[in-house]
Design a protein around this ligand. Structure first.
Ligand code: ZN
Length: 264
């Protein structure tokens, strides 16, 4: 059975609903989330409720951490968004629901070892290490596409911590890092935008961002993990609606909406 992998929703419920509808239309019933459910966007409560309802589990991203505990190394725009987001959770009048949401955020995991779905009868079961950021600093370290050429020592240190595969988010840029090291954006993976696993090879897969893509494609990004590879999916949604919602909330900087229109 395939698994849908979503990440970096950033309180963009319009994008999340479009992605969930696509996952449902494909008949995929297992969804996992790599974190940053909230932060930046206008609908944090709806997004947490959808992830609680629909995902098998979710990781803790740096923005989830910021709302639950304290922003670390955030710029002024991100910090203001984190504090506004916390106010939304605190303002929930239903005490049980408010407690349930905080309990969910508090239980988000830092790393999960995820079995890669098999076709059945495959006795060489493999696993994927799921982290929001990187295998050595799971919540906060970015693995940038440019690291494949500019930071070979960093890439070697990261691959040393991976058995077969790692699945990550955090940069909002989808693609596959190989241990050459090299980086392949989905556009370079052929018409099916699919990366096929090779026995003995290690890879780090970034599934991109549902709610705030930064690869100059405004469409929501997610990935489908299959027994033999990973497929990158883009889904159009009403970007202007989310941008308008952001504009209507003074504590959320207008740039957070404008960047969605361009995917940067
Ligand atoms: Zn993020």
């Amino acid at each position: 059975m395939p698994t849908a992998v979503i990440s970096d929703i950033h309180a963009n419920a319009e994008a999340l609903r479009a992605v969930l509808a696509d996952i449902d239309a494909r008949g995929i019933d297992r969804i996992i989330c790599l974190g940053d459910i909230i932060g930046y966007g206008p609908e944090p409560l709806a997004c947490v409720d959808l992830v609680r309802e629909r995902c098998a589990w979710s990781l803790m991203g740096n923005h989830d951490f910021a709302v639950l505990y304290e922003p670390t190394n955030f710029n002024a725009v991100a910090q203001a968004a984190a504090y506004w987001t916390r106010e939304q959770f605190d303002a929930e009048p239903d005490e049980a629901l408010r407690a349930a949401r905080y309990d969910f955020l508090g239980r988000l995991r830092v790393r999960v070892v995820e079995p890669i779905p098999t076709n059945g009868g495959d006795d060489t079961a493999r696993t994927a290490l799921a982290v929001h950021g990187s295998p050595r600093r799971p919540i906060n370290e970015y693995i940038f596409p440019s690291d494949a050429t500019d930071a070979p020592d960093k890439m070697e240190a990261l691959f040393d911590r991976i058995e077969h595969l790692a699945i990550v988010g955090h940069t909002h840029v989808p693609g596959v890092f190989t241990d050459e090291p090299d980086f392949y954006p989905p556009a370079e993976l052929g018409e099916h935008r699919t990366y096929k696993f090779t026995p003995g090879e290690k890879a780090i897969v970034n599934v991109g961002s549902v709610g705030q893509p930064r690869d100059l494609d405004p469409q929501a990004s997610y990935a489908i993990l299959q027994p033999d590879g990973v497929e990158f999916i883009r889904i159009p949604y009403d970007v202007h609606k989310t941008a308008d919602q952001i504009q209507a909330i003074p504590q959320l900087d207008n740039y957070l909406g404008l960047r969605l229109l361009e995917g940067r």
